[in-house]
Ligand binder design. Sequence first.
Ligand code: 5GP
Length: 176
Amino acid sequence: MITIHNKNFVPYISEDEIKKKVKNLAEQISKDYDGMKPLFIAILNGAFMFASDLFKELEIEAEISFIKLASYKGMKSTGQVLTAIGLDFDINDRHVIIIEDIVDTGKTLHSFLPQLRHSQPKSIKLATLLHKPEALLFPVEIDYVCFAIPDKFVVGYGLDFDNLGRNLKEIYQIEE
Ligand code: 5GP
């Protein structure tokens, strides 16, 4: 067990399990996008580790860019989506794959994806490390999911609790 900001967290998904899933996903995407030179757009901060590991395992020609959206404060989505900062690629006519750390209520992507569609990419798909199906409030179509998890707060492997815990190699779940 570990403690972050006075909350206890228990080990939930091991480093090995994460590695395996990420590798499998990279193989799948490499098959699906062979010859299409997809553009990955990773959403900071949470997705940085997942994006990096996934990108390393790809066996095809691909590009990546990192953007920042809404901030997530404490243990609940604040809901206020900020404008995308840092998208330095023209996505028009490109095959785009969004990389997210976790889809919780779906609010972030539900607001952001229509913005991206305005630029008329050839296609947009969504890859997320984690998904909480029970928490989904806004319709979001998810194309690639590594782990579907219950509606409990998690940290580690890029995900934080008030800025701490991102460096953990495995994923921890809040102890209840
Ligand atoms: P949504 O808009 O889908 O409700 O929330 C998406 C964002 O909320 C994620 O990108 C993530 O930053 C944050 N989030 C949602 N659930 C969790 C969680 O269990 N742990 C952490 N660390 N962040 C979460």
